[in-house]
Design a protein around this ligand. Structure first.
Ligand code: UT7
Length: 444
């Protein structure tokens, strides 16, 4: 099918009709010139008749008007009985096949596409309907850590802003934390697990090599339909998971997704390495992302824009020195200063890009909810963006760096504290191993 505006459509139609008429007249002329050609025409009568019918514009008469809640077929003013009957046949076929409804459904599935329904423009968006988190019970203060690690509360607090972190209990796995956060998000959304189409779990510390922690969460929640998978982009994991879930929703492949960030980084700490083991904590956060209708403007609720990057050149400045194919599980290794240097620059840049894409600026931002790695990175990024710290959600003091869990955890805590109001414009941004980084702009 070719969809055009009225003018272009008419030009194309007239060109088609004119060409068909020209060919018909030319053949009629050629076959009536001599006795021989008349005999040839007689012999080819059946084929010529078929050809004439095939190119007869009256047999395809009727232009379909789109964008109306129903089928309208416009016929030629000069159409004869054959033309009118063709137009009626077309209208009948379109009505019989629910053409308008099928077309509307296909348009609604198109990424970010505006459909016209009941006379108003509608854009599919994915919005956060519920949020929740879970933190293991075991809270370890800097002072407690200093009993076994050569460090001090003063150093950790001064260099990172971290005051305490939670550690998973023995035997408690990433999926255990994820299930608790997911259930909290479902409760907050007022939904049951049957209302969910998919689970996307961002983690670098899954329980087992396989199956995915996401399928473990699926089983624990009693969800028997849909699909579930893990996604690994380290500290940027939640941004990546939200981005992919947004794409699934906008493409119509899912309508409600549990997007989870969950980690047990305590399991990959080298307790002999004081430069890293004081920085991380365990936890999980989750959101229910669902399809909503918007007007296609930056006033819409939901995700307005996203921005993702990775650059494997920097894989050696933050990594785990083990994995399945090395036969060890390994420990986290980091050149902290190098990561720090990249972080502020790249985070401010990605946030600006996402805001630009949404047609907004830093002045429009109500809250930055950043990845919680280091208070100095958080404040440095906010400063570079020109957003005051009163508009930044900070939880690093209580959670440490929980990698992929840090943003959904911070969102959940901020909501519980009454900070996030419907309509607030939120920027989330994160960077981590890879390097992988990115951001999203969303309206609460
Ligand atoms: O989420 C993924 C992304 N990760 C991050 O964003 C982390 C980014 N990096 C950072 O946050 C910071 O670089 C750190 C917090 C890791 C380190 O801060 P820094 O200001 O870059 O410190 P540094 O590595 O330069 O270390 C300064 C000093 C060193 O001592 P000397 O050589 O100056 O005598 C370290 O040995 O601090 C010492 N030090 C410690 N002292 C007490 C390092 N770790 C500790 C410690 N306790 N835990």
């Amino acid at each position: 099918m070719i969809v055009t505006d009225g003018f272009t459509g008419n030009v194309a139609l007239k060109t088609g009709e004119g060409t068909a008429g020209l060919v018909r007249d030319f053949l009629r002329d050629a076959f009536s010139k001599t006795l021989l050609s008349k005999v040839a025409a007689l012999m080819a009568k059946a084929s010529l008749g078929r050809f004439a019918r095939r190119i007869d514009p009256r047999r395809v008469n009727g232009g379909v008007f789109l964008g109306l809640n129903g089928t309208v077929v416009k016929s030629h003013g000069s159409a004869d009985a054959t033309g009118i009957s063709s137009a009626i046949k077309l209208a009948y076929t379109l009505a019989q096949s629910n053409f308008t409804d099928r077309l509307a459904a296909r348009v609604a599935l198109a990424p970010g596409h505006a459909e016209t329904q009941r006379g108003r423009a509608v854009t599919r968006r994915s919005a956060i309907r519920g949020v929740g988190h879970y933190l293991p019970e075991n809270i370890v203060s800097n002072a407690k850590l200093a009993e076994t690690v050569d460090t001090s509360d003063e150093w950790i607090k001064g260099r990172t802003g971290i005051e305490r972190r939670h550690f998973a209990a023995e035997g408690q796995t990433t999926s255990d934390l994820a299930v608790r956060a997911a259930q909290a998000a479902l409760d907050d959304a007022g939904l049951k697990v049957d209302d969910i189409d998919a689970i996307v779990l961002a983690t670098s510390t899954a329980d087992l090599t396989f199956p995915s922690a996401a399928t473990m969460v699926q089983a624990a929640l009693g969800m028997t339909k849909g699909f579930a998978f893990d996604l690994q982009a380290v500290c940027a994991g939640f941004i990546y998971a939200l981005n992919m879930s947004d794409a699934l929703i906008l493409s119509g492949k899912a309508s409600r997704i549990l997007v989870i960030g969950a980690e047990t980084f305590s399991r990959i700490m080298d307790w002999e390495d004081r430069t890293t083991c004081v920085l991380f904590g365990d936890g999980a956060g989750a959101v229910v992302l669902e399809a909503v209708e918007g007007a296609g403007t930056s006033d819409d609720r939901g995700i307005l824009s996203t921005d993702l990057h990775s650059d494997g050149q920097f894989k050696d400045i933050l990594y785990v020195d083990g994995g399945v194919s090395t036969g060890t599980s390994g420990y986290l290794r980091m050149q902290g200063k190098e990561v720090f240097r990249h972080a502020i620059e790249k985070l401010a840049q990605t946030a600006h890009t996402a805001l630009d894409r949404a047609g907004l600026s830093a002045d429009d931002v109500d809250w930055i909810v950043p990845h919680q790695a280091n208070l100095r990175i958080i404040s440095g990024t906010a400063k570079k963006m020109g957003v005051p710290m009163e508009r930044v959600v900070v939880t690093v003091q209580d959670h440490g760096n929980t990698s992929a869990a840090s943003i959904p955890l911070a969102l959940s805590v901020a909501k519980a504290d009454g900070k996030l109001k419907t309509g607030d414009l939120i920027v989330i941004e994160a960077i981590g191993g890879g390097l992988a980084w990115g951001s999203a702009v969303l309206r609460w």
